[in-house]
Ligand binder design. Sequence first.
Ligand code: THU
Length: 133
Amino acid sequence: MTNDQRSSLIRLACEARTNAHAPYSKFLVGAALLTESGEIVCGCNVENASYGLTICAERVAFGTAVAAGHRHFQALAIATSGGHPPCGACRQFAAEFCDDLPILLIDSDRPDHVSENNLRELLPGRFEFPQPM
Ligand code: THU
C-alpha cells in the first residue's frame, strides 16, 4: 500500500462513516477496503428496526467488493469514534478472503490518530471449512 492509498483509505472510511444508518445504537462505523487492483470499496453499518438484521460496515464493504468481482485485498480501514477494532463476525468474514490483512483503526474524532493491526493477530483460530477426506 502506498502512502497515497493509505491516506485515501483513511479519508474514505471517515466519509463512509457519515453515511451510516444507525438510529438505534447511534454508533457510526465506516469501512474502506483496498482491493488488489488498487480500487477502494466502502461500507457503513446499516441497522434495522429488527435489531438482529443489522449489518456491520466491514461486511457491507466486503460484500460490495465481492459483488463487483474483487477477491483479493490489500488493506482495510475502519473509522469509529474511538478507533474500535472489528467484531468477531467481521474478522471471520474478512478471513474468507484474506490469509492476512493490514487493518487500520481510525479514531474519527482524531483522523490523524490511526493504529495499525492485522487480521492474523486479531483472529487466531479462524474457522476453515473442513476438507473432505
Ligand atoms: N458495528 C460495525 O459496523 N462493525 C463492527 O465491527 C462492530 C459493530 C456496528 C453494528 C451496529 O450498527 C453498531 O456498530 C453497534 O454495534
